[in-house]
Design a protein around this ligand. Sequence first.
Ligand SMILES: Nc1ncnc2c1ncn2[C@@H]1O[C@H](COP(=O)(O)OP(=O)(O)OP(=O)(O)O)[C@@H](O)[C@H]1O
Ligand SMILES: O=c1ccn([C@@H]2O[C@H](COP(=O)(O)O)[C@@H](O)[C@H]2O)c(=O)[nH]1
Length: 235
Amino acid sequence: MRPKRVLVKLSGEALAGPQGTGLDGGTLVALAADIAHASREGVEVGIVVGGGNFFRGVQGLNKGLDRTTADSIGMLGTVMNALALEHAIEAAGAPARAMSAVPMPSLCESYARKRALDHLSNGKVVILGGGTGNPYFTTDTGAALRAAELDCSHLLKATQVDGVYSADPKKDPSATRYDTLTHEEAIRRDLKVMDTAAFALARDALLTIVVFSIAETGALAAVLRGEGRATYVTP
Ligand SMILES: Nc1ncnc2c1ncn2[C@@H]1O[C@H](COP(=O)(O)OP(=O)(O)OP(=O)(O)O)[C@@H](O)[C@H]1O
Ligand SMILES: O=c1ccn([C@@H]2O[C@H](COP(=O)(O)O)[C@@H](O)[C@H]2O)c(=O)[nH]1
């Protein structure tokens, strides 16, 4: 794989490091180095970042919040991650620009497709916070949406597991791993590595999804070379 432009979906939890919540400095530096390296190699990189290291809407429901308020707090967490990544990627030597789907102009640029496309073609890594900007969605769906509208060839899901399994491998040790499968199969088998809306959007936009573990240094570079351990979800 030598793609021109990719959309990386980076799990919020991946930024938390060993403590499991919030931001870990060493983890941020390592991830940023990987992303900056890909950018210097000439790949245009957009990133949609999750917020699971801070807050997921479902946690708010457990605290008695209504869904819209809980999801708003979740989206704010993703913007915090976007700002941290912007700084870390620039410190690693690649120009970067955070954009938020929820306008907060004193903190970062608001998301607009044409501005994002300009930044990408000028070699900036664009980090997209705020998911879709709407409650009742996830950053996985946001990633499929941005990958489609920013004309990316691949959606690279950088997460905690090394591919798609027949069941959640963290809960079911007997789960078996797929090397490849179709979007349709992922939806039919209700494989929860991404939500159904994200798989459906990627299917309709003919986007190949590559699911891989971001835990290893150099994992993103390996996937971009078409190497490393990953599951390919194809139309
Ligand atoms: N069939 C499956 N195959 C692989 N992983 C699965 C599967 N079902 C559930 N999972 C779980 O889905 C997780 C991937 O989601 P991820 O951690 O990227 O969450 P997210 O909501 O996208 O991001 P965040 O960490 O920001 O909440 C894996 O860590 C894995 O435990
Ligand atoms: O479009 C979106 C994206 C996200 N949210 C809320 O944010 C959290 C964190 O996102 P993850 O995808 O779980 O990492 C999510 O649980 C939602 O509450 C949203 O409302 N809209």
